[in-house]
Write a protein that binds this ligand. Structure first.
Ligand SMILES: *[C@@H]1O[C@H](CO)[C@@H](O)[C@H](O)[C@H]1NC(C)=O
Ligand SMILES: *[C@@H]1O[C@H](CO)[C@@H](O)[C@H](O)[C@H]1NC(C)=O
Ligand SMILES: *[C@@H]1O[C@H](CO)[C@@H](O)[C@H](O)[C@H]1NC(C)=O
Ligand SMILES: *[C@@H]1O[C@H](CO)[C@@H](O)[C@H](O)[C@H]1NC(C)=O
Ligand SMILES: *[C@@H]1O[C@H](CO)[C@@H](O)[C@H](O)[C@H]1NC(C)=O
Ligand SMILES: *[C@@H]1O[C@H](CO)[C@@H](O)[C@H](O)[C@H]1NC(C)=O
Length: 637
């Protein structure tokens, strides 16, 4: 948290300090000239009676004699940068004007910024050819022109920028061939994806991953597929290379084998289907355990134990249940494994009448029938009453088998939505949806906490399920009292509050911690279970703290969010709330109801209509939603 107070102290200092004695007057004039001629958000005000070193977005050298950095991300800047303004900030090291609506041309006098090390112009409306003025910025180390409308060839003069370490040109319309940019090997990060480049990739650039080159017209050569010699005129240009043919043959054979295996498995399953019900157990719910050892090809089956005496063969429906089927129907249903958790496997079961439910087989239940039943009653009563809690509909208890039946939500889990098929043309989860999911989840937890003092005990993104329109609800709650202490509570380590490791008991406060981790997951796009965290004994909260402490950088936020404009303020607010939830001491964490109130208030205004404007909607700036606070940007070395 100290990182935050430091950050805000800085912010306050830069806002409230008195005029400096040695004002860099030339820089001041240039900055004022810039702001007076470029339309911008009304929140961005520079008071001419103060030193520019005290202005928002401006950073000076220690003696306040020159401006070193100017950062105005998402400040609603509109139109071209006029000459004789920013080009005169002769000591400038960092210029960040990303996420505005700056258009071409860039002024030629930018070439006079000979000390400039970092230039961030991504997410603007720049067009035309690669700006010549940038080619003489010999100190340039970071250049980001991504997500603009630049076109035309990339100049070979880029090779003259020998200090370049990061070059981002993706999501433009550059065409022609890729020059041999990195002659000195200084570039560590490159991205030219989603342009219209063609020809072969120079050897100097083949060390970068293929995603750095993807989405171009016709780039070829390592790391992309090799360049075929162009076909002689007249021949069929669709001719396949030998490699492709071999690939296709191998692929077909593999696919055929796979099909054969699936077919055999299905046949096996079909055979195992018992002829006469009562003891029928469909799709793996088999009638006797010995069959499991013999013919089972998969251990993912709903039940291995024998179903007990007839009168016990009863599915108990809980309050608010809407279903009318019995155990027989359930066992006859076709089942499909949804997921395997530490306390059991979940199946999607489609009943013959067409109803779909989720059946969870709970292993390791240590309590007796009575306690089990009374906990089910409680969960049924509390859980079936709130939109943001997944209803528990029925349960089944026998010595050998414990089943929980709940609604099936086809939209899947937050985990899949957030981490599924990253980097392969997925639709990014936008900021508004993430906020909505955070609020829904929070409300579901508040309901559990306040109306039943039920600790959820297993908050993680794969237990946050989605209804239509990103309405989220929590599932898999309140089961810890049924399990022995041998099963580690809050089963996924990345979400587990530190005290739970020792006490082995989940509490309302440990839920708050796990919810904080979930918020960090929404903000960073990183899964708390990532191997890279676990192996080094680092968890997501500690990783975020370390990044934030070192420097206030964009690195902490999900790259997918960098596309959204004007959300920096909200992201910082949510990050603060998340950090208060993951306080080490349980009594320092806010109560769940307080957490939700903070998130809702941060979001006030739009909430009442139930409709938030898109964060990309520029009109929000005029409502003063996004003061250009300290940038969420990389800081030059
Ligand atoms: C430089 O300016 C900042 C902001 O106005 C102020 O806090 C700081 O004391 C000044 N430093 C010097 C050496 O004047
Ligand atoms: C760069 O600065 C010099 C000296 O201030 C000036 O003469 C020159 O015109 C500037 N270059 C451009 C392209 O404006
Ligand atoms: C982008 O710039 C062009 C001129 O280059 C202008 O016509 C267009 O309106 C701008 N688009 C936006 C969204 O500002
Ligand atoms: C790049 O450097 C070469 C040789 O040093 C020079 O001839 C060329 O004009 C430079 N290109 C640009 C665009 O500055
Ligand atoms: C690349 O595209 C340009 C037009 O943008 C064309 O003139 C050139 O011949 C192409 N080069 C190759 C190698 O396909
Ligand atoms: C390059 O940018 C594209 C589009 O923004 C992204 O999908 C890809 O992961 C990036 N690749 C690298 C290596 O940065």
């Amino acid at each position: 948290m100290s990182a935050f107070s430091f950050f805000f102290t800085l912010l306050l200092l830069s806002l409230c300090s008195s005029p400096a004695l040695s004002a860099p007057s030339l820089d001041k004039q240039s900055l004022l000239a810039f702001l007076s001629s470029v339309p911008h958000s009304s929140r961005l005000r520079w008071d001419p009676s103060f030193s520019p070193c005290s202005w928002v977005g401006v950073l000076c050298d220690p003696s306040n004699s020159s401006v070193l950095s100017l950062r105005l991300p998402g400040a609603g800047l509109l139109g071209p940068i006029p000459p004789a303004t920013l080009g005169r900030l002769s000591s400038l090291r960092v210029l960040s004007l990303r996420s505005n609506r700056i258009s071409s041309p860039l002024p030629p006098d930018l070439s006079n910024l000979t000390h400039l090390r970092s230039l961030y112009l991504q997410h603007n409306n720049l067009s035309g050819g690669f700006p010549d003025s940038l080619l003489s910025l010999s100190a340039l180390s970071h250049l980001d022109l991504s997500s603009n409308r630049f076109s035309g060839p990339l100049p070979s003069g880029l090779a003259n920028l020998t200090k370049l370490t990061r070059l981002y040109l993706q999501d433009n319309d550059f065409s022609g061939s890729l020059p041999s940019i990195d002659v000195t090997g200084s570039i560590t990060s490159l991205n030219v994806s989603n342009n219209a480049l063609n020809g072969s990739i120079p050897d100097t650039l083949s060390k970068f991953p293929s995603s750095a080159f993807a989405g171009n017209l016709a780039l070829c050569g390592s790391p992309l597929p090799s360049c075929n010699p162009s076909p002689p005129p007249g021949t069929n240009s669709k001719k396949l290379s030998t490699a492709a043919i071999v690939g296709i043959i191998v692929g077909s054979v593999l696919a055929f084998l796979l099909l054969l295996v699936i077919l055999l498995l299905c046949l096996g399953k079909w055979k195992r289907r018992p002829v006469q019900p009562p003891k029928a157990v469909a799709a793996g719910v088999r009638s006797n355990p010995s069959a499991e050892a013999g013919t089972s090809s998969s251990k993912d089956d709903i039940t291995g134990g024998s179903v007990e005496a007839a009168e016990r063969n009863k599915l108990v429906f809980l309050e608010g249940g809407v279903y009318s089927f019995d155990l027989e129907d359930l066992l006859r249903a076709s089942a499909e494994v949804l997921g395997k958790g530490s306390i059991g496997t979940s199946y999607k079961a489609v009943l013959e009448e067409g109803t779909t439910v989720v059946v969870k087989r709970v292993k390791e239940v240590v309590v007796g029938r009575k306690e089990f039943e009374s906990q089910m009653e409680v969960l049924g009563r509390i859980g079936n009453r709130h939109e943001n809690v997944l209803g528990l509909r029925a349960y089944y208890y026998s010595k050998a088998e414990k089943l929980l039946v709940s609604d099936y939500l086809p939209a899947g889990s937050l985990s899949v939505l957030l981490h599924g098929s990253r980097g392969s043309g997925r639709t990014p989860l936008d900021w508004d949806s993430r906020l909505k999911i955070a609020i829904c989840t929070g409300r579901g937890l508040v309901h559990l906490h306040t109306s039943g003092k039920i600790a959820h005990g297993n908050i993680k993104s794969s237990n946050i399920l989605l209804r239509a329109d990103h309405v989220a609800c929590v599932s898999d709650y309140g089961l810890n009292p049924l399990l022995g202490t041998a099963t580690s509570p809050n089963r996924v380590a990345g979400y587990r509050a530190p005290e739970v490791v020792e006490t082995r008991k989940v509490t309302l406060q440990s839920d708050v911690y796990s919810f904080g981790v979930l918020l960090l997951e929404l903000l960073t796009g990183k899964s708390p279970n990532q191997v890279s965290f676990g192996e080094e004994g680092i968890n997501l909260p500690r990783w975020v703290q370390s990044v934030v402490r070192e420097e206030w950088t964009a690195e902490v936020f999900d790259v997918e969010l960098m596309r959204c404009q004007n959300i920096a303020e909200e992201m910082v607010q949510l990050l603060q709330i998340a950090m208060s939830c993951v306080a080490i001491a349980p009594d320092q964490r806010p109560a769940m109801v307080e957490v939700v109130r903070m998130i809702e208030e941060m979001n006030r205004g739009e909430k009442n209509e139930g409709l938030r404007q898109s964060s990309d909607d520029p009109s929000r700036e005029s409502e003063g939603q996004t003061p250009p606070t300290r940038p969420v940007d990389r800081i030059s070395p």
